[in-house]
Design a protein around this ligand. Structure first.
Ligand code: SAH
Length: 213
């Protein structure tokens, strides 16, 4: 895998466009400037890797649009060393961004093939601090709970109770909620039974599906 000057230049431009679209967290922007997104796409789309668009990654799934990745990551307020659970590994790109920002990442994917591909790629990139699991994210990943942050990258019709249960007090869950169109929710756990919900922009994600594939 090669990362050329041309790719680096395109990435710088992409990051500038994310800044213009309102992304302000410099740590998010610099992680996106460092990580070659074209490594996560089919060769057929490599040329388009630095346009602000989602792409097919196989099995009817997509790598999220860069703006969406930046938006969700900014809402998470990622801190070094904190434990983050991602639901929907997909290509592995979002997990890699979180790892570059210094988080300890746990990521689950329901699709066996996508899980295997992402695991191999992330190992090859030697980003460390990412553990991939073939699981139904509806149940979270209880054996490593609680998490400081949980990020869902598929559109959920409702908020899974298991994810709320696996948040530490003070922790935050970022999840797009809705059927056809999703509203971005950020749910903060203020106490054992005290959750505060903030609502943000609307997006279109691939659906959060129950069960393994
Ligand atoms: N974060 C990904 C974007 C993936 S798209 C990236 O950076 O590329 C959403 C992913 O969520 C898809 O791969 C889909 O298979 C997965 N998904 C959907 N429902 C799921 C569930 N219940 N558990 C785990 N993964 C799920």
């Amino acid at each position: 895998m090669e990362d050329s000057y041309k790719h680096k230049g395109l990435r710088r431009k992409l990051v500038e466009s994310l800044r213009r679209k309102g992304i302000q967290d410099e740590r998010v922007l610099s992680a996106m400037e460092v990580l070659p997104r074209h490594f996560f796409l089919d060769d057929a789309f490599a040329e388009w890797a630095y346009t602000d668009k989602p792409f097919q990654i196989g099995k009817g799934q997509t790598i999220s649009q860069p703006f969406t990745v930046a938006y969700q990551t900014e809402l998470l307020e990622v801190k070094k060393r904190e434990k983050i659970l991602e639901i929907g590994t997909g290509s592995g790109y979002q997990a890699a961004i979180l790892a570059i920002m210094g988080a300890r990442v746990f990521t689950v994917e329901r699709h066996a093939q996508l899980h295997e591909n992402a695991k191999k790629l992330l190992r090859h990139l030697k980003l460390g601090n990412i553990r991939c699991f073939h699981r139904d994210g509806f149940n979270g990943l209880p054996e490593f709970a609680p998490y400081a942050k949980i990020l869902v990258t598929a559109g959920a019709a409702e908020v899974p109770q298991a994810l709320l249960d696996q948040l530490e007090v003070g922790g935050m869950l970022v999840i797009p909620v809705g059927k056809k169109v999703q509203t971005m929710y950020r749910i903060t756990r203020k106490g054992a039974d005290d959750f505060q919900t903030e609502k943000f922009n609307t997006f279109r994600f691939v659906p959060f599906l129950k069960g393994l594939d």
